[in-house]
Design a protein around this ligand. Structure first.
Ligand SMILES: [Mn+2]
Length: 220
């Protein structure tokens, strides 16, 4: 099975995942976290987080949000897994790089992490905020190159923030460089559904986009 959820922030929003433990899970089951997994946040809490997330009993794949320790992520081994470049965080825990397309159970997922922190002026660089949170042109280029190989068609899109049109119309929040960067998706990508996190709401937007927070979606 494939499950998708929103931000988990280490142990802060972990409790929702306990419902998965009651289902029969194996490492052939996948939980996709749409950013802010927070597993790699500080070296002090890392092992504690690994124990928590390993305890769920399935393979965990997350994209990066804006609350991740990018120094820790970037120290992890780069591997090719499920057809995509990922950091291997632990035996069954992976971080997908931006613009990569992974394939699970014959379903394809375009993954683009990253988002802007609205409170970054109150945060300490390289302790509680990393400039790498911002989506770059390199990330979009990587996405476009990988999309070309699949004729711009994927089953699902997984991002942390969403595109500018959605952030303005569905939430009334401010646009920023990251939402602008994601605006190429609706122009060029043929997808069935787009899941994202970041805004801490569970909200359906039209019939093709879902913002996830506490909800866990089971892909059928
Ligand atoms: Mn968050």
């Amino acid at each position: 099975m494939i499950y998708i959820t929103g931000d988990t922030h280490g142990d802060i929003d972990y409790k929702k995942l306990l419902t998965l433990k009651n289902k029969v899970l194996s490492y052939n089951d996948y939980l996709i976290i749409c950013g802010d997994a927070g597993i790699c946040w500080s070296p002090q809490s890392f092992q504690y987080h690994l124990n928590l997330y390993n305890d769920i009993g399935c393979t965990i794949i997350f994209i990066d949000g804006n609350h991740e320790n990018f120094d820790m992520l970037n120290q992890c081994q780069l591997v090719e897994h499920l057809g995509a470049l990922m950091h291997q965080i632990d035996e069954h825990i992976f971080h997908v790089l931006r613009g990569e397309i992974m394939t699970i159970e014959n379903k394809t997922f375009l993954c683009v992490g990253g988002a802007n922190s609205i409170d970054k002026m109150y945060r300490t660089p390289y302790v509680s905020w990393w400039p790498e949170e911002e989506i770059t042109y390199y990330d979009i280029d990587n996405a476009l190159n990988n999309l070309e190989k699949v004729n711009n068609k994927v089953d699902y899109v997984i991002t942390h923030c969403c595109d500018t049109k959605t952030v303005l119309n569905a939430f009334g929040f401010r646009r920023d460089i990251c939402t602008d960067q994601l605006s190429f998706i609706d122009k060029v990508v043929d997808y069935k559904h787009w899941f994202f996190g970041h805004y801490h709401y569970d909200r359906q937007i039209g019939d093709k986009k879902t913002c996830l927070y506490q909800e866990i979606v089971e892909l059928l």
